[in-house]
Design a protein around this ligand. Structure first.
Ligand code: FBP
Length: 741
């Protein structure tokens, strides 16, 4: 939709008197921070210090904050989409995309709900009225919202450059510390010097970020006041699903003030992917995803190298991604680790054996659908046992941070506890976590609810069975499940030691499998023959007593009944190979020891580190073009739109800047125990090409066969050079889907 103030009719004056009043010095007074003071520290990073202690040229050179990498990054000029080579751009509405609109969105967002997808196009010959409107002086506020994602600074740089190109008098204000900066009017005017210092750099360090939700009339009123005080023509919200929700409501609220609101799809989680109702891809991936995945992949590939060198550890790597497993899938494709759990795949799991059993008795086994934690631990054990059988008692496993979301039994707890905490806060007008500080106090409250369910039939959210099940899980896990929800009511998966929970179950079960003789390290036959022959023993004679099979085997597995020196001796005695009181022959002892698995793990969490990485070239270019797109949308009067680049999954030459209507993307979801309108998160599609390829290669990457592993070395994130991929592998593979249709 075109905004009434500067849309279809270019000559129409802006309707807000406040905007006309607040200009020049008046605006400067409204800004809480003076740019020079706030960014004083930039002196440090723009030039090397000059003090007597460190004035040796070499010392100065090697200790300067400004190294060659930083200078290269700052100097890089991202490639721009061809449309931006024009001096002016305009918007074309595209009517072919359809959205299924939630009636609640229509009710709550009437002013922006009928927006259409808009394509940014270059203007060959700009008429005077158009130019005048395009170049009209503007004040634009921008805010980062939610977790950092590499590339955010380039969104600002793109917006800043486009705004200044259109009119050097345009002003860009950065709100500090996220949405709180809007609510509290904490802003700073951005200058070329400030922007230059952060070009192509990771993090959101320039203006910081925060997770506050603008979700009450009071916060909304304060935000509106800030925008009016600053004389803003437009507000840009760079954020994930929740922040886009903020953007939609602000666009609705500020519509009559003539203040445009544009959002930018950010999140390393990769869960903002937009399709229309017919499945056409409008935005294939949020920015920051590629860099974070590449950063995790570099570290995890190094672990693959280490693990396959000293062959004694299983590295358990939890990777971020609040719910969706996009990052885990990309890491798998980048590194070929031995096992990657994909939450969405686990949720689809159906235990056919149990279904068949139930069918025989004429019943339905509902528990056969979806995976339990225990079953998942078995899947992991199976991989470990199979690799051990070919002598590989080491490896690397990737676990997505949000995997618990896809485990039925845990999901039920999360939803129940969300409801209990939200109800408590509402009923008592207080905070559950401040009222019940210790775990014991929280558990006692739950016990009380359990008792209440026995007396009151209508109370079903927490019954004694829930209480019993909850009490069965380790305290650190209980603590994790009871952890405080974030401002948007999201469960904070990053605070739960999922990997510890799972690996606890895995270790226990491996112990059982070892006792049953199932978990044992396969002995290379050549090694066995050499060891026995060197010790003067006949390998063939002893093999019969020791191994399950010998002929035709490359790796030899000890008989299940051999799990200790004693049981090993007994087998030899039975075969008449040693006398009753005799010790195990040394070569046999050596082979036995080698067959006994020690399950040693190293646990890692990859999240905050990748979030702070400097952007890949893909993310640099993507985000800079997003910034340029934002300005095109603003200059052409759009509001309630998300800036996006279509065709990201294809070659750069086909990238197409667009605006996507935010309102139609919203749907109702449970938050803090209530239904709320939010942007739908996109999770891994198990029918996508990327997932199917990873599934097809799963067995190969597990490498539970004799021979080398199939690890891939993605190499470090290089700013320039040929080795780095153009774009995420997931995107490249998924593009095959659309091109093959
Ligand atoms: P956004 O959705 O805000 O981009 O944040 C993503 C994320 O990094 C998740 O991967 C992770 O679960 C969460 O933020 C961690 O949140 P916090 O920074 O509050 O610990």
């Amino acid at each position: 939709m075109t905004h009434p103030c500067n849309g279809a009719s270019w000559s129409k004056p802006r309707p807000v008197s406040g905007l006309q009043l607040v200009k020049g010095h008046a605006i400067q007074k409204c800004v809480a921070h003076d740019s020079d003071t706030y960014f004083g520290h930039l002196e440090d990073t723009m030039a090397a210090p000059d003090t007597s202690l460190v004035d040796h040229p070499l010392v100065r050179d090697v200790t300067s904050n400004v190294n060659a990498e930083l200078m290269d990054r700052r100097a890089y000029r991202p490639a721009t989409c061809s449309v931006f080579s024009h001096d002016y751009t305009t918007l074309e509405e595209i009517d072919t995309y359809r959205f299924e609109i939630d009636p609640e969105s229509r009710r709550q967002l009437p002013k922006i709900i009928d927006n259409r997808v808009q394509r940014v196009v270059g203007v060959e010959v700009a008429e005077d009225a158009f130019r005048a409107e395009y170049e009209t002086p503007r004040n634009i506020g921008i805010v980062f919202s939610g977790g950092p994602a590499p590339g955010g600074h380039n969104v600002i740089a793109g917006l800043f450059d486009a705004a200044k190109k259109a009119n050097p008098g345009n002003r860009v204000f950065g709100f500090l510390l996220g949405p709180d900066g809007i609510i509290e009017n904490e802003a700073v005017e951005l200058t070329e010097k400030i922007v230059a210092a952060y070009r192509n750099l990771g993090g959101f360090t320039m203006i910081k970020t925060g997770r506050t939700k603008i979700d009450t009339p009071f916060k909304m009123a304060l935000s509106r006041k800030t925008c009016l005080d600053l004389g803003l023509n437009a507000l840009v919200i760079v954020g994930g699903d929740d922040s886009n929700t903020n953007a939609a409501f602000l666009a609705q609220e500020l519509y009559d003030d003539g203040i445009q609101v544009i959002s930018v799809p950010k999140t390393i989680d990769g869960d903002i992917q937009v399709r229309d109702a017919d499945g056409n891809i409008l935005c294939a991936m949020s920015f920051g995803f590629h860099t974070a995945a590449r950063a995790f992949a570099v570290e995890i590939a190094n672990l693959c190298t280490d693990s396959s060198s000293d062959v004694k550890y299983w590295h358990i790597c939890k990777v971020m991604g609040r719910v969706a497993s996009h990052l885990a899938l990309e890491v798998a494709l980048q590194t070929h680790v031995n096992l990657t759990l994909i939450g969405e795949d686990l949720a689809d799991y159906v235990d056919t054996r149990r279904i068949e059993q139930a069918e025989k008795t004429g019943s339905v086994d509902y528990t056969a659908y979806g995976m339990t934690l225990r079953h998942l631990s078995r899947v992991i054990c199976d991989a470990i046992v199979r690799r051990a059988a070919v002598g590989k008692n080491y490896g690397v496993i990737v676990i997505p941070e949000g995997v618990l979301e896809f485990i039925n039994e845990i999901q039920v707890f999360i939803i129940k506890l969300n409801t209990i905490i939200a109800d408590y806060n509402r009923t008592h007008d207080t905070d559950f976590h401040s009222d019940f500080l210790s775990l014991e106090e929280k558990l006692e409250y739950l016990r009380r609810l359990g008792r209440r369910s026995r007396e009151d039939d209508t109370f079903s959210v927490w019954n004694t069975r829930d209480d019993d099940l909850f009490n069965d899980i380790p305290a650190f896990f209980q603590e994790g499940l009871l952890t405080e929800r974030d401002a948007h009511g999201n469960f904070q998966f990053s605070q739960v030691q999922t990997e510890k929970v799972l690996m606890g179950l895995v270790t226990d079960y491996l112990g059982i499998l070892h006792e049953q003789g199932e978990y044992t390290v396969g002995i290379a036959k050549e090694y066995y023959i050499k060891t026995m022959t060197q010790g003067g023993l006949d390998p063939v004679k002893y093999a019969k007593a020791l191994f399950r099979k010998y002929d035709g085997e490359e790796f030899l597995l000890m008989k299940p009944e051999i799990f200790s020196i004693k049981t090993c001796s007994q087998c030899l005695i039975q075969e008449g190979l040693i006398g009753k009181e005799k010790p195990l022959p040394e070569p046999v002892d050596k082979i036995f020891q080698k067959s006994q698995p020690k399950f040693k793990t190293q646990i890692h969490f990859y999240g905050y580190d990748g979030r702070g990485a400097d952007p890949t070239q893909f993310d640099c270019n993507y985000t800079y073009n997003l910034g340029l797109t934002v300005f095109s949308l603003i200059a052409n009067g759009a509001t309630g739109q998300m800036a996006a680049i279509k065709n990201l999954e294809h070659d750069f030459s086909t990238w197409e800047p667009i605006g996507i209507p935010i309102g139609p993307l919203m749907h109702l979801e449970e938050r803090k125990g209530r239904l709320a309108l939010v942007i739908e998160r996109s999770v891994v599609d198990c029918n996508s090409m990327a997932f199917r390829v990873s599934e097809a290669l799963r067995e190969k990457w597990l490498a539970a066969t004799p021979g080398e592993d199939h690890y891939r070395r993605p190499g470090p994130i290089r700013f320039t050079g040929k080795t780095e991929e153009d774009r995420p592998i997931t995107l490249m593979l998924n593009a095959l889907d659309s091109t093959s249709e």
